[in-house]
Design a protein. Sequence first.
Length: 158
Amino acid sequence: MGVYEMEVDTIRGGKQSLSQYKGQVMLIVNTATKCGLAPQFKGLQKLHEDYAEQGLAVLGFPSSQFMNQELGDNDAIAEACELNHGVTFPLFAKIDVNGPTAHPLYQYLKNEARGAFGTKPIKWNFTKFLIDRSGKVIKRYAPTDAPEKIEADIRKLL
């Protein structure tokens, strides 16, 4: 099963297939609004604004698996992202990214792009995965890699 066969829950309660992003470059990020790295929302939003028309889809997947740094429910998460960080890129329902309850999307991403030292688990909030227009996972970025640092890699794929 590839990335386009994945079905995800939207932050507003619907279901969506990632097949709608076929032919686009995707940047998939596990987010947390109360994390010290939350200022990255602004950089992610800038990437969305600068490159969406050229085919970039920034997709945020809130998770509370790291020190419980995400708000309780999806409505509160959406509101905090919109009001505090100006987020207009797609956000999805809160998920687990590690362990036996990890969402199938993250099981797939971790298997396709292992982290530092060949490890699979997500280490922290704001781990980023860059996927090309054909659905191939190109690279995994560390939580501390600022969105601006990824911009050159994104431009190459666009």
